[in-house]
Design a protein around this ligand. Structure first.
Ligand SMILES: *Cc1c(COP(=O)(O)O)cnc(C)c1O
Length: 416
């Protein structure tokens, strides 16, 4: 137990958990096979996505640019921004895992209905006969906001019905947008974890109803993982070499753990020990932090006296995904817990320095740079024994910005 770290969290202070120096086995080959299988499904669906949604170059792919941050940061330059806050369709990272989870559901419905015969292109999913069949089906999802928003928007785009269960952290504007699009929004008084469980119960008995579960979903997890290969190609194009001597350090905002966990799975399968994956959580919702600091024993943030109250609604989760902890818990190199104030401050800085339109959750990576690098400096043990951490000053640092480009102007002005 890391009692000192937990005390910091309870006091609302920044805290950094570092993995012990011990190397843990990771089956990179199996992970690469999982990611390759997911990529094939993305490719199959590209013609349908291209017809139904606005995607870069009309290619039907959900990907985001990598760019250099144009101002100085508390990390060795250059620092890159992986701009998932501008992903097509939903302008947040859920467009990867959430939409992938939805595509799995759609593929099953279409196959069962005999729509996708051998040789048939998935473009037919945008045609009337397929839409009539999909319209009979309802997708149900529980969310703190962005997952429900993303799956709702995409499901409606495919002509399906969407029922979105929102926890009490969810922002009004996300609910209002969904209702405008024709989704049913069900509001819950509890937090994310309790919202998921009541949504799950409510669909159990209903016909043609599909629950997309973020808490323990393999489909979402591998949907996110494809981002690893995408980043690898972008770094190659930018002539950035990644090795233990020049490690890649990624800063990943973390809620239930699916998005950062899936991305970690993809990146570790490509770069192994040369990538350092840093998860970032709000102090009050530091569920992965707590689980790892308590040696993997699954604990909620309430158990250690934290409130789960945060302005970073995309990260307001009290209990980490068990699937994520099982799959990549031992691969997470560090977890940084940051106070709300530092995230909301970064909303303004990222806008004035770089014209990045970010919601508070999406700035967590910036807020983590300084405390993480200080903790590495102070941590003689890991410096001495883990080569990638020893070489962190020669590393390439990538801040993953995970949402915000579609925020209404008045909401954004309030954050500024
Ligand atoms: C959901 C979300 C995350 C984190 O994803 P998890 O799978 O919940 O860990 C990060 N940033 C934003 C903006 C999100 O909406």
């Amino acid at each position: 137990m890391h009692e000192k770290l937990l005390t910091k969290l309870r006091g609302g202070e920044t805290a950094v958990w570092l993995k012990s120096a011990k190397a843990d086995f990771f089956d990179a080959e199996a992970a690469r096979a999982d990611v390759a299988a997911a990529e094939i499904r993305w490719q199959r669906f590209a013609p349908a996505l291209a017809r139904l949604f606005d995607t870069p170059g009309g290619l039907g792919r959900i990907n985001s640019p990598l760019s250099e941050y144009p101002a100085s940061l508390p990390a060795p330059a250059p620092v890159y921004v992986k701009a998932d806050h501008s992903l097509p369709i939903t302008a947040c990272v859920k467009a990867r895992g959430g939409i992938f989870g939805l595509l799995c559901v759609i593929e099953k419905i279409a196959q069962d209905a005999g729509l996708l015969k051998e040789q048939e292109t998935y473009a037919i999913l945008a045609d009337e006969p397929a839409r009539r069949i999909l319209a009979e089906h309802t997708v149900v999802v529980a969310s703190t906001g962005n997952l429900g928003y993303s799956i709702g928007v995409a499901a409606i785009g495919f002509g399906m019905q969407a029922e979105v269960h929102m926890s009490d952290d969810a922002k009004e504007w996300k609910k209002a947008r969904l209702r405008e699009l024709g989704a049913t929004v069900v509001e819950h008084v509890g937090d994310y974890t309790s919202t998921v469980s009541s949504a799950r119960t409510s669909v159990a008995e209903r016909d043609k109803t599909h629950f997309i579960d973020d808490e323990n979903s393999w489909d979402l997890f591998v949907g996110y993982a494809g981002a690893g290969e995408e980043l690898a190609q972008q770094l190659k194009q930018a002539n950035v070499d990644v090795s233990v001597e020049h490690p890649l350090v990624v800063y990943l905002p973390c809620g239930v753990g699916g998005a950062p966990g899936g991305i970690t799975y993809g990146l570790k399968s490509i770069f192994g020990d040369a990538v350092v994956c840093v998860f970032v959580e709000p102090v009050n919702s530091a569920c992965v932090f707590v689980a790892l600091a308590c040696d993997g024993a699954l604990k909620s943030v309430y158990d250690v006296g934290l409130s789960n109250n945060t302005e970073a609604d995309g990260l307001a989760v009290s209990r980490a995904s068990e699937l994520v902890l099982n799959k990549v818990g031992k691969q997470i190199d560090a977890v940084v817990a940051v106070p709300d104030k530092s995230m909301t401050d970064w909303v303004g800085k990222a806008w004035s320095n770089a014209a990045l339109r970010l919601e508070p959750s999406a700035t967590a990576g910036f807020a983590a740079l300084e405390p993480f690098l200080q903790a590495i400096d102070a941590d003689v043990t890991s410096n001495g024994t883990r080569p990638a951490l020893k070489n962190i000053a020669q590393g390439t640092h990538v801040v993953w910005t995970t949402g915000g480009d579609l925020m209404p102007e008045d909401i954004f002005q309030q954050f500024l």
